[in-house]
Design a protein around this ligand. Sequence first.
Ligand SMILES: [Zn+2]
Ligand SMILES: [Zn+2]
Length: 329
Amino acid sequence: MNSEFRQDIISGDWVVIAPKRLKRPEPFLRKEKRKIIPKKDCPFDNLKNSGNDKTILTVPNSQDWKVKIIPNKFPILAHKNLCARESRKGPYKINEGIGYHDVLITRNHFKNFPNLAKEDALLVFKTLQERYKKLIEDKCVKYVSIFHNWGPKAGASIFHPHFQILSLPIIPPDIKRSLEGSREYFQERNKCAHCVMIEYEKSDKKRVVYENKEVISFTPFVAREPFELRVFPKKHLPYFEDTSEEIIKYIIEALQVSLIKIEKKLGDPDYNLFIHTAPSFGKDAYDHYHWHIEVLPKFSISAGFELGTGIEVTIIDPEAAAKILKHGI
Ligand SMILES: [Zn+2]
Ligand SMILES: [Zn+2]
């Protein structure tokens, strides 16, 4: 395949798929074993000693907890009982860095999310939904970002599997563009852009990695990174927090299967995983949006071309990436 530029139908962003830069797919197969940090050195297994014994939530209870939410010891944002105030400095707009920065930890030091038992993975998602709903009660919150970094290359400074939940006083730029793009698409065509993408992926089949009754996972046509993966509920659902337990179970199944494919076929690479969902304030305003999960394995670093142009170079086409995830290198 020759190089080609592909444009995202929602953000309008371009990527360049340049498979000629890749001679063989083997470089994607991670050879070195993941470094396992012993439990005795883990701050999450020794919360009292690490001076972080505040607990926000334990599920199902404080004794036999499976999932726990604690405040991040080194938060990006700090909470105050005030909304973030806006001000100006010269030509610049400033907004105070107010918000919650939580960490959700699962009990087992050695089992990462894809390898959790179904019921434990469900507890993770139900706890994320519960905390999300609690955070958006705060009128100052404009967006809640949920993400999971796996491995040091993906920015995880602690080995013990964990998710992070950040409430923000602004709508982040990527989300804003995605929301605006989705709204414009809807206004022009009376259709959800994500639903259109899902229909196309189902008919074209080349990029589908896994599918069950309610959920589809595929490598997007406009992939920003090698082996980028997206997981969508097939029904048009704008809001993560309102998604029924039944659908969440299908989401978890598809997500775990897809992540295990990444783990097994690519040799357990580091990755970032995040949820994109419609903001919940002024509900209905974002009904055109379609919540989903994005997974970005960490294979490339942005260099001069990417940083200078905003165009990501993806050195394996998403069609070949899907094939590898299904059948191996
Ligand atoms: Zn641990
Ligand atoms: Zn949709």
